[in-house]
Ligand binder design. Structure first.
Ligand SMILES: *Cc1c(COP(=O)(O)O)cnc(C)c1O
Length: 503
């Protein structure tokens, strides 16, 4: 990581604003540019090995094989690959990612998928079952999130994931505001901890996003968000809970502000939609976050997270079908015929909706309650274990997504030490911290204890060897300084390029 040391000498010690300008001014000088390129290429070379572990080890196809391979051989090769990859998450070394993962559960969902693998909800005449499954997934999710306890109709659609649910909701508010209020420069007001999908929505749909800093307990600042609402604001957002620190925003107060201003309010319950209702039933103190609050006009809840369905489904819900209609697409003059679709995709995997329905029906209320009970108990164990490590502090008052930071050791180095022990945790910044998102994989005997023992050792190691910076710690360090943020952005772009490269 010479680039940082090297650039530090030039700009790092200047005040942030000035150093950003100095950096901007010099970074295009050919000599400087070449040095940066060289450093970046070296760093990316190191990353390549870790994201392309199969290079040279299994058959690779830059072109199609002239003659098709034997199906048995294809399967054998893919089983080999899959076996290598499943060990880590099966044994509970991964934060989030696989939320259920029991063999029986997966086997059941795979059978359902196989039954419906040809289904496409775009052709409701051929697969009316797809419409049944999706309507019921939406209805069951809405009921879980307070639909029965408001006089309004709560409706929605099945999407491909949390990001699509959020993009759809933001597009819906944009189009409603354009039609009903003639708003041409739409804005949304969000807490700074909201999921990146809202920034993506803003980029895609030409919406200005106003990030409002959260309070020291990591929850949204109601007063500051209220002040940020202007004439062009189409919606406010809160998370239940937020991805970084797992804390629930004050949705009751925020949604009331939105209601009084006559704008939309979206509760992002992608992460908590299938946990919080059950946690409440189990007696945990859960602040209101769902459609029981009259100001909440839309919600997202991910069936492919704690709904325990396979990846590829989520639900977006609306208060009233009038609002939902702004999401739809219809065209009457296409030479291809009368065409309509509820979401971004055209053809869609009906099998995913079918297995989502099957997961919900097979789990039932009791299954979700039990799962939630185990997850929250494991999270308690992990939280109290982290509290006992004097060099770490937990951010905010989380339930089962636990972020921890340190003002004595470099937390990214701690994360690297954990990686070396097999753990895959999430690095976060602003402020610098790391989190573990507890899933059913962590509720198995011994996993929480192993995590805490490894974490204790990782912190001790970093204290003893602060000079071993590793690979990722400096990159996070760079992202934290304005002059280098642009460089880190360039690196991410190159990273995506690399994911799609075969050589
Ligand atoms: C996971 C998540 C999302 C995005 O969901 P994807 O399924 O990854 O697209 C949005 N918001 C929160 C709070 C999340 O945890």
């Amino acid at each position: 990581m010479d680039i940082q040391k090297w650039m530090e000498k030039i700009v790092y010690r200047l005040p942030e604003g000035l150093s950003a300008r100095v950096f901007d001014a010099i970074k295009d000088i050919p000599l400087v540019r070449r040095a940066i390129e060289k450093e970046m290429n070296e760093m990316m070379g190191g990353i390549r090995d870790s994201i392309k572990p199969y290079a040279g080890k299994v058959p690779e196809f830059e072109r199609m094989p002239e003659r098709g391979m034997d199906q048995g051989a294809v399967l054998e090769m893919m089983e080999d690959i899959q076996n290598k990859e499943s060990e880590k998450w099966e044994k509970g070394f991964v934060s989030g990612a696989v939320y259920h993962g029991d063999k029986d559960h997966i086997g059941f969902l795979n059978r359902v998928y196989a039954l419906h693998s040809q289904s496409n909800p775009l052709h409701a005449d051929i697969w009316p079952s797809a419409s049944k499954y999706e309507a019921e997934v939406v209805s069951m999710t809405a009921d879980m999130l307070g639909a029965g306890r408001t006089k309004d109709e709560i409706c929605g659609v099945v999407s491909s994931g949390g990001t699509e649910s959020i993009l759809l909701a933001m597009k819906t508010y944009r189009d409603r505001a354009r039609k009903e209020k003639k708003i041409r420069r739409p804005e949304i007001v969000v807490p700074s901890t909201v999921h990146a999908a809202f920034d993506k929505a803003a980029q895609y749909f030409g919406i200005k996003i106003v990030h409002v800093p959260v309070k020291s307990d990591c929850t949204a600042d109601v007063g500051a968000m209220k002040k940020a609402v202007g004439r062009n604001t189409i919606a406010m957002v809160g998370s239940a809970p937020c991805f970084p620190h797992g804390v629930v925003d004050p949705i009751a107060e925020l949604s009331e502000v939105a209601r009084q201003k006559g704008i939309g309010f979206h509760t992002d319950a992608c992460l908590g939609g299938f946990v919080l209702p059950w946690a409440e039933k189990l007696g945990y103190e859960i602040p209101s976050f769902d459609f029981r609050l009259p100001g909440v006009t839309s919600m997202s809840a991910d069936t492919h997270k704690y709904g325990y369905a396979a990846k590829g489904t989520s639900v977006v819900l609306y208060r009233g079908s009038q609002l939902r209609r702004y999401q739809y697409f219809t065209i009457t003059d296409w030479p291809g015929g009368l065409y309509f679709s509820p979401t971004f995709a055209g053809s869609r995997p009906g099998a995913l909706s079918a297995q989502c329905w099957a997961a919900m029906v097979a789990m039932g209320e009791k299954g979700y309650l039990e799962a939630t009970r185990h997850i929250l108990a494991t999270a308690e164990e992990i939280k109290s274990g982290i509290e006992k490590i004097p060099d770490l502090t937990i951010l905010g008052n989380p339930l089962w997504v636990i972020a921890f930071a340190s003002d004595r050791v470099n937390i990214y180095q701690v994360m690297e030490q954990m990686s070396q022990k097999g753990w895959s945790l999430n690095g976060l910044h602003k402020p610098a911290c790391v989190h573990i998102c507890v899933t059913l994989r962590h509720t198995r005997p011994g996993v929480a204890r192993r995590f805490l023992a490894d974490l204790n050792n990782a912190v001790a190691h970093v204290k003893a060897h602060p000079e071993q910076t590793g690979d990722m710690a400096p990159v996070y360090g760079m992202a934290a300084t304005i002059p280098f943020r642009g460089l880190v952005g360039d690196m991410m772009t190159r990273y995506i390029d690399m994911l799609y490269s075969t050589r």
